[in-house]
Design a binder for this molecule. Structure first.
Ligand code: GDP
Ligand code: MG
Length: 186
């Protein structure tokens, strides 16, 4: 039984639903949750995720910035090095989707690890009449960037755990791969 910890940066333009998604995780009554509010404007929500077909778990420390997304330089200093990335846009906002490339560059620039598992999240699927970014467009871009793609509605509480399950599993896989390499050397 292994318990891992991963630092998950929740990035994306203002008002796409980053806080709505992380706050849903906080409230779902998982067995072990701690929450912090930092004076620097970053809220940390802790979410424990069980890894299927194992007794292992990953505790995700979700870093949610408190609405100062324009100051990317400042955020970089607050974030430090991430282990996984959750990149959020609003499916009714084309600009918020376009910004994802910029966010990804920013986060990768400060990431020294070769593997940074990430998910792209298209949020607000409940606003289907106002959808501006097609599923396949987003999925294709995500796939080209090596990201998983999920769609969610924080408002309808739909699929909101999926991105975090996927990130925890990807992080766990990398851990196991590294362990196997180390064991093969021994
Ligand atoms: P953040 O700036 O990315 O943290 O965005 P927030 O979580 O503060 O959400 C911005 C606004 O979008 C708020 O008014 C939320 O109620 C709303 N919102 C968030 N998620 C959804 C969603 O899935 N559907 C709809 N319709 N509104 C949402
Ligand atoms: Mg927020």
């Amino acid at each position: 039984m292994v318990k891992l910890r991963a630092k998950c940066i929740v990035a994306g333009d203002a008002a796409v639903g980053k806080s709505a998604l992380t706050q849903l995780l906080r409230s779902d009554g998982a067995h072990f949750q701690k929450n912090y509010t930092m004076t620097a404007g970053v809220e940390i929500v802790v979410k424990a995720v069980s890894i299927p077909d194992s007794s292992d778990s990953v505790e995700l420390y979700l870093f949610d910035s408190a609405g100062k997304e324009v100051f990317m330089d400042m955020l970089e200093k607050q974030w430090g090095e991430p282990s996984v990335l959750c990149l959020v846009f609003d499916v009714t906002s084309e600009p918020s989707f376009k910004s994802c490339a910029k966010w990804l560059d920013q986060v990768r620039a400060q990431c020294h690890s070769l593997q940074l598992p990430g998910v792209l999240v298209g949020n607000k699927t409940d606003l289907s009449a106002r959808r501006a970014v097609e599923f396949t467009t987003a999925q294709e871009w995500a796939s080209n960037q090596g990201l998983e793609y999920c769609e969610t509605s924080a408002k309808e509480m739909e699929n909101y755990e999926a991105p975090f399950q996927s990130l925890a599993q990807a992080f766990h896989r990398i851990y196991q791969e590294r362990l196997e390499v180390i064991q093969s050397l021994a």
